[in-house]
Ligand binder design. Structure first.
Ligand code: PPE
Length: 309
C-alpha cells in the first residue's frame, strides 16, 4: 500500500509510522473492530467524499452492535475524515475509519477494553485492476459459505467477519480466478469477497436482498438508483448460482471495486462488460468525478465555516 503522512487517531494526527497497536490488542485476537471503506474523489469543486454520511451511519450501527462507544458525533467524524484527507494532500483516495477494542483485558468480555478510533487515507487505484474495468473479472463460486444473520450479522461491517472473505479470496486466487462469490448457508448468492453482485437478464437487473446475507452495500444502493434513473427495472431478488451462469451481463460493485464487470463465473463465460454495465459505469464515474449533476447529493464536501450571514 502507498503510505501517506498522517493518521488521525483518537482526536489527533500522528505520523503514519507511529500508528501502532500492542500485540495484545483485543481486536487483533478476537476481531472486535468495525470499519468502513469509503472513497474520496477529486472533482472540479475540490475533493468530495462519496456518500460519507451513509458510510458513517453504517459505522455507527456496526459499532452499536458490538457495544463500542465511538465518542464522536457523525458530523465530528465527517469533519475528521475531511481533515485527514486535506492534511495528507491526497485528492482521490480510499478512506478507512476503524473503531476497535484495544489493549487492556483478555477474554471475550470486551466491554472493559478501551475503544480506539482511527482514520487512515491513501491512494488506492482500481481494486481488481484497471484492465478489469473493461475486460471484467473471472469469478469462482466459493466452497466457503457466507455466515448467516444469526452467526455474525452481515449488515455490520466487523473486522472479524472478514476472515470468511479471506478464505474465499485465497481459494479463488489459488484456483486461478480473480474473485470469489459466496453463497449463503441456504445456497443462495450472497456477495463477493468484498463486493455486491448484480446480474442482468433480458434487460432487467437483479441483486440479492440483504436477507440473503450480503452486506447492505452503499455502492449497491447507489447503483440501484442510477440504474433506475437510466430506466432499468431493478429487482432485489434471491439468486441461485445458475442465475450467474445464465446472466446476459453481471458486475460486482463496492467502494473499493467501484463497478467491475464479471467476465465469467466458474469458467462459464458471461462475456465481460456489456452495454448495461457500461452505461452504469459511465453514470457512476461521471457522478464521483463531479461531471454529472443527477446524483450530486452523493458527493459530500467539507463544511466550510462561514463568517457572518
Ligand atoms: N460486500 C462485502 C463483503 C464488502 O466487504 C463490501 C465492501 C461490499 C459488499 C460493498 O459495500 P460498499 O462498499 O458499501 O458498497 N468492501 C470494502 C472492503 C474491501 C477491502 O478489501 O478492504 C470496500 O469496498 O471498501
Amino acid at each position: 500500500m502507498q503510505a501517506t503522512e498522517k493518521i488521525w487517531r483518537n482526536g489527533s494526527f500522528i505520523p503514519w509510522d507511529d500508528a501502532q497497536v500492542h500485540v495484545l490488542t483485543h481486536a487483533l485476537h478476537y476481531g472486535t473492530g468495525v470499519f468502513e471503506g469509503i472513497r474520496a474523489y477529486a472533482t472540479p469543486k475540490g475533493t468530495a467524499v462519496f456518500r460519507l454520511n451513509a458510510h458513517l451511519e453504517r459505522l455507527r450501527r456496526s459499532a452499536a452492535l458490538y457495544e463500542m462507544e465511538i465518542g464522536l458525533s457523525t458530523p465530528e467524524l465527517a469533519a475528521a475524515i475531511h481533515e485527514t484527507i486535506a492534511s495528507n494532500g491526497v485528492g482521490s483516495c480510499y478512506v478507512r475509519p476503524i473503531v476497535f477494542r484495544g489493549y487492556g483485558e483478555m477474554g471475550l468480555f470486551a466491554l472493559n477494553n478501551p475503544v480506539d478510533v482511527a482514520i487512515a487515507v491513501w491512494p488506492w487505484g482500481a481494486y481488481l485492476g484497471e484492465e478489469a474495468l473493461e475486460a471484467g473479472v473471472r469469478c469462482k463460486v466459493s466452497s466457503f459459505r457466507r455466515y448467516g444473520p444469526n452467526t455474525m450479522p452481515p449488515a455490520a461491517k466487523a473486522s472479524g467477519q472478514y476472515i470468511n472473505s479471506v478464505l474465499a479470496k485465497h481459494e479463488a486466487t489459488r484456483s486461478g480466478y480473480d474473485e470469489a462469490i459466496l453463497l449463503n448457508e441456504q445456497g443462495f448468492v450472497a456477495d463477493g469477497s468484498g463486493e455486491n453482485v448484480f446480474v442482468a437478464r433480458d434487460g432487467v437487473l437483479y441483486t440479492p436482498p440483504t436477507s440473503d446475507s450480503c452486506l447492505p452495500g452503499i455502492t449497491r444502493e447507489s447503483v440501484i438508483q442510477m440504474a433506475q434513473s437510466l430506466g432499468y427495472d431493478v429487482r432485489v431478488a434471491t439468486l441461485v448460482r445458475s442465475d450467474l451462469y445464465f446472466a446476459d451481463e453481471a458486475f460486482l460493485c463496492g467502494t473499493a471495486a467501484e463497478v467491475t464487470p464479471i467476465a465469467s463465473v466458474d469458467g462459464q463465460e458471461i462475456g465481460g462488460r456489456g452495454p448495461i454495465t457500461k452505461q452504469i459505469q459511465e453514470v457512476f464515474f461521471a457522478t464521483v468525478e463531479g461531471r454529472d449533476e443527477r446524483f450530486a447529493e452523493f458527493l459530500e464536501y467539507p463544511v466550510t465555516a462561514t463568517v457572518g450571514t
